[in-house]
Design a protein around this ligand. Structure first.
Ligand SMILES: [Zn+2]
Ligand SMILES: [Zn+2]
Ligand SMILES: [Zn+2]
Length: 366
């Protein structure tokens, strides 16, 4: 995450509504990835104060700014919607007449906006062309484990054709921790769920031609293998050590689709965390001159610092991963695919689809 500042110079948070130093209202503009400080007039106008004296830019705030989730994003004046690109992707939200669901929804939407911010930064989304990703929807559901009044026994977190379903209880620290223990996972966060599931969504965007799918299979294996059977087999066998040399997590070993989503989520963890490290001067990596190998070496250094800082506080290591060469190769593949896709988005060249084959680097030889 980048750092954001009010016009008065005070540093402000990504989800903040107003500057605690000068009192100006704040709003995030997803089109240019900037935090504006200015003045909110009633519920439908936000006047952003420009650094150029006397100039003010008019926006509309997201309608969810005034609900429990307190979204601080802006939308285009000509946008026909009243909610920003992040909020309006939620199709089902947890029942707000139940007190604990208010905080759950708040945390779910915060995680979603952080996810969207990374996707915007990677140029996978273009906030000025929201129609491009209007097929993306989120259902935040509950089941009997967190709400005994419901019939549904288990909400299955997952993705199907642009619809991402998440168990709203994952927004509770306690539930998340219990699930992490039960599943014997080394890392489990709400943001991690979002990052994993959006990976499945982008798989459908990236791999549309046979040539592209062949490239995918050469790295991750054949995704046409029976998915239900593979997952059943994985849960029956449990967590063993066979995955370590080839996969980023045990779950990634269950099926090529899950391997992709787990590795993709990991890629987004690195992108966001390294950006934070850079914005605080811990890393000198320059994303404008992107080079995968340099990027990855820098990440290893930053992860080491991050773990050491946490150990000093008596906390568990936030980055408990050891990546094999094969897993690094998969991350490299994802890096190449993202660069290529972002370039295509930028060029608005959907009509000139070409296979990824030419652009994938030599690491595929192993
Ligand atoms: Zn200020
Ligand atoms: Zn919003
Ligand atoms: Zn998955």
């Amino acid at each position: 995450m980048r750092r954001f500042y009010c016009l008065c110079g005070n540093e402000v948070g990504f989800h903040d509504h107003y500057c605690k130093h000068c009192g100006r209202d704040l709003a995030f503009d997803p089109q240019i990835g900037t935090m504006w400080s200015g003045e909110l007039i009633a519920q439908d106008h936000f006047f952003a104060h420009s650094a150029n004296r006397g100039k003010a830019v008019k926006f509309r705030p997201c309608a969810q700014r005034f609900s429990a989730i307190g979204c601080n994003w802006l939308l285009l004046n000509e946008d026909e919607h009243c909610q920003c690109i992040a909020c309006r992707s939620s199709r089902v939200i947890p029942d707000q007449s139940i007190q604990r669901n208010i905080n759950r929804w708040y945390r779910l939407e915060q995680a979603k906006r952080q996810l969207f911010q990374t996707l915007l930064d990677l140029q996978l989304f273009n906030a000025a062309q929201p129609a491009v990703f209007q097929d993306l929807r989120f259902d935040f559901l509950e089941d009997r484990r967190s709400n005994p009044n419901l019939q549904l026994e288990h909400v299955l977190t997952g993705h199907y054709d642009g619809l991402i379903t998440l168990n709203a209880a994952e927004a509770d620290e306690g539930f998340l921790h219990t699930m992490k223990e039960q599943m014997r996972e080394r890392y489990r966060t709400l943001l991690g769920h979002f990052r994993h599931e959006i990976g499945h969504y982008f798989w459908l965007k990236f791999f549309t031609t046979e040539a592209q799918k062949r490239q995918f299979r050469s790295v991750f294996g054949d995704e046409r293998d029976d998915y239900a059977h593979a997952l059943e087999r994985y849960y029956q066998q449990g967590n063993n050590n066979h995955w370590r040399s080839r996969f980023i997590t045990p779950y990634a070993s269950s099926h090529p689709h899950e391997d992709w989503a787990e590795t993709w989520a990991h890629y987004l963890h690195i992108v966001d965390t390294l950006q934070t490290a850079q914005s605080y001067g811990i890393s000198i990596y320059e994303p404008q001159e992107h080079n995968f190998n340099r990027w990855f070496v820098e990440w290893a250094r930053v992860a080491q610092i991050m773990n050491a800082l946490n150990r000093s506080m008596g906390l568990a290591e936030p980055y408990p991963f050891k990546l094999s060469e094969i897993v690094v190769g998969k991350l490299h593949f994802i890096d190449e695919v993202i660069q290529e896709y972002a370039q295509r988005q930028t060029n608005n060249a959907a009509a000139t689809e070409k296979p990824l084959a030419d652009t994938v680097a030599s690491w595929t030889k192993s």
